[in-house]
Structures are given as structure tokens and as C-alpha cells.
Design a protein around this ligand. Sequence first.
Ligand SMILES: CC(C)(COP(=O)(O)OP(=O)(O)OC[C@H]1O[C@@H](n2cnc3c(N)ncnc32)[C@H](O)[C@@H]1OP(=O)(O)O)[C@@H](O)C(=O)NCCC(=O)NCCS
Length: 148
Amino acid sequence: MIIDTVTLKDLDEIYNLERRSFKKDSFSKELILNLIIKNTCFFKLIDDESSNSIIGFIIIIQDREERVNLINFLIKKGERKRGYGSFLLRHTLKKVKTIDKIKTIVLNVNSKNKAAISLYQKFDFRIAQRIENYYRDKQSAYLMILDI
Ligand SMILES: CC(C)(COP(=O)(O)OP(=O)(O)OC[C@H]1O[C@@H](n2cnc3c(N)ncnc32)[C@H](O)[C@@H]1OP(=O)(O)O)[C@@H](O)C(=O)NCCC(=O)NCCS
């Protein structure tokens, strides 16, 4: 397993994974394109360099001087519950810790998304707030925070 930075060549594959997982709540292709161009912390998990088949990805943006926001994270269906999500998140947190001044990592997660919430809690994220009507279909979200 290899973790690498996402490039423009990955755009279609990332977008297809995104649509399959998040359906109407998925990021648009334009947004993903912009995140790649802007040199965001945008990592992919691949089998090996020769196949470049993407198993999952994670996106983190710096939205305040002292804070980053984990805005997207997924592991492909059929590859979940094998430790890949933890592997990718652990790598990303290590990178974030090397960025100057960053004190916290925040994220929003659907309050019904037990898999993700449990994974984040394993990494010591805590639920800081419940946000009603956060998603298009009016479902609520949790704001989760990790101090680093
Ligand atoms: C959330 C997600 C990225 C986790 O990836 P993963 O590769 O399955 O995670 P791991 O195999 O590393 O699991 C780590 C921990 O997460 C939790 N977890 C993962 N899947 C779970 C499930 N179906 N039910 C409950 N807990 C689960 C467990 O605590 C697990 O630890 P354990 O194996 O010791 O029980 C993956 O489920 C996913 O892509 N979901 C769809 C997209 C999504 O919801 N992204 C998060 C948006 S905020």
C-alpha cells in the first residue's frame, strides 16, 4: 500500500468514487479539480505504483491560521473494514502535525455515520457540537475536534 498526493490524472477516478459513496452530497468535479490545483493536503491510497488503482482518499484544508478541516475522506466500497482508513488517517495526521502553528483539526460527520465516528474517536477526536439540518436531506452532523 502506498500513499501519494492526488494529481490531475486522478480527477475522474476520485470523482467516481465520491459519487458512488456520497451520492447527492458528493463534491462536484469542479471543486475536486480546484482542491487538486490548490495544492491542498489531498492524499490517495493506492495498491502499488504500477496499478495506481485508488482505494481511498482524504482531503484536508487549512481554513484558519491555527486550524485545519478534514473535508473529505473515503475508502472504496469492498475495501472497508481492513484497516485502510486508519492507515490513511494516521499518515495524514502525521503530516498535519508538521504544519506550523496548527493546533486543531476539525471535521463534520453525519451523526448517523457510526463507522466514521467510531474511527475518529479511536484517533481521539471528540464530539464538540451537534449541528441540525446540516445535510441536504436535513440530517444532522457532529462537529468533531482533535487538539494536536
Ligand atoms: C469511514 C471510513 C473511511 C472508514 O474506513 P475503513 O477502512 O473501513 O476503516 P478501518 O478499517 O481502518 O476501521 C477503523 C475503525 O473504524 C471503525 N469502523 C469502521 N467501519 C465500521 C463499521 N462498519 N461499523 C462500526 N465501526 C466501524 C471501527 O472502530 C474500526 O476499528 P476496528 O477495526 O478496531 O473495529 C469508511 O467506512 C468509508 O469510506 N465510509 C464512507 C465514506 C465516509 O463516511 N467517510 C467519512 C466522512 S466524514
